[in-house]
Design a protein around this ligand. Structure first.
Ligand code: ADE
Length: 226
């Protein structure tokens, strides 16, 4: 069963490259996920292909109009059922690993990228089932945020990662930060790798990693332990 993600955007160019390299590219090539980009302007009417307009009540900044978004979402929904219509917005719920895990179990997702002052509130009331922020800062549009959601979700799909890149030991996967890692050489300019990692004693190494993980979380992110 593969996942399908439809991304609605006024800037499809901005979203091409994340899916043309590395793990996401491989996931698509393996047929584990399909990602479709939809240019909102293709659903706009009139000679100017207008997708945004001044906001009622006055104030700076344009608002994305409901009609092109309705047309695009309705066309997609007529073709298949969607589990979620996600709107990327700084006032949404902040993305975390739990949310990525949850989304990775879905089959069909629509992701709507906001721009300017955002979308007409009626779009959110009528179509959107989930609003996601990637953090407490404002991006110039939802595209890069959508790419982050896609990356976090797609790498969790069965078959995307191999043993080497397994998601099980990731930071956050059990609400702990990952332990420090080292590779060759064992000594570099006088800096040594912790002896335990060279001992070959797997149970002791595991114990050390767990302890490091806990210490790191306590000092850097005590909020995760609460
Ligand atoms: N669009 C603009 N800023 C954003 C953010 N922080 N998260 C999600 N979408 C956004």
């Amino acid at each position: 069963m593969s996942m399908r993600i439809d991304i609605i955007t006024v800037l499809p160019e901005l979203l091409k490259s994340p899916f043309e390299a590395s793990i996401l590219k491989r996931a698509i090539e393996k047929g584990l996920v399909e990602v479709h980009l939809h240019n909102l302007r293709d659903y706009a009417s009139g000679n100017y292909k207008q997708v945004d307009d001044y906001q009622f009540g006055g104030g700076a900044g344009m608002v994305m109009m409901i009609e092109p978004i309705d047309k695009c979402i309705s066309k997609l929904k007529a073709e298949r059922e969607y589990d979620e219509v996600i709107y990327m917005t700084p006032d949404g719920n902040t993305l975390n690993q739990g949310m990525a895990n949850e989304l990775s179990l879905k089959k069909n997702l629509i992701i709507l990228c906001g721009h300017y002052k955002g979308v007409d509130q009626r779009v959110r009331d009528m179509f959107v089932t989930r609003e996601i922020s990637v953090g407490d800062y404002v991006l110039s549009g939802g595209e890069l945020a959508a790419a982050i959601v896609c990356d976090a979700v797609i790498r969790l799909l069965p078959g995307v990662l191999n043993d080497e890149t397994s998601a099980l030991t990731d930071t956050f996967q059990d609400n702990l930060l990952a332990a420090p890692v080292y590779t060759r050489p064992a000594e570099y300019k006088g800096m040594e790798v912790p002896k335990i990692l060279l001992s070959g004693n797997t149970p002791e190494i595991e114990k050390w990693r767990e302890q490091q993980s806990l210490e790191r979380t306590q000092t850097r992110r005590p909020d995760l332990l609460m």
